[in-house]
Design a binder for this molecule. Structure first.
Ligand code: CMP
Length: 140
């Protein structure tokens, strides 16, 4: 199995409820290592750029407003099959569909306020990491 890196955001619903440690514990318990982490207040421009792929979706405005409503924690996670493993630990986008024990099942409030974002593929992981981190900030 390959050692991979993936990008994660702990979203405003989690920072607001002081759940960031519980979310990180889920990553670490699954064997993912946090190799970069920073708490930021995302700007509207950043949120619109990061989620540009969803620009035409009806929920785009709501998504951007939510992502800039409170601070977020952007992170790089490293481990064996990190991209798929992180998606497993997060659970389905809609918490109503998420498996027991996943982050979204335990913590998410709705499909919009769903606690975490995680990259969906190797190419998006690389792009998303670059969007928020310089190479020198990744300390594996
Ligand atoms: P995320 O993994 O961050 O990628 C895009 C986000 O859009 C997704 O998680 C959800 O939080 C959000 N999203 C997807 N579908 C909807 C929806 N129907 N209504 C509101 N937000 C949505």
């Amino acid at each position: 199995m390959a050692i991979e890196r993936t990008f994660s955001i702990i979203k405003p619903d989690a920072t607001r409820r002081n759940l960031t440690g519980k979310v990180v514990a889920k990553f670490e318990d699954a064997g993912l290592r946090v190799i970069a982490s920073k708490r930021i207040q995302m700007s509207r421009e950043q949120a619109e750029g990061f989620y540009a792929v969803h620009k035409e979706r009806p929920f785009f405005g709501e998504l951007v407003d939510f992502m800039i409503s409170e601070p977020v924690i952007v992170q790089v996670l490293e481990g064996e099959n990190a991209i798929a493993k992180n998606r497993e630990v997060m659970g389905a986008t809609n918490p109503a569909d998420a498996d027991a024990g996943t982050i979204r099942k335990e913590f998410a409030l709705s499909i919009g306020e769903n606690t975490v974002h995680g990259s969906d593929a190797a190419n998006t992981a690389a792009e998303e990491i670059k969007f928020f981190f310089a190479d020198a900030e990744l300390v594996g």
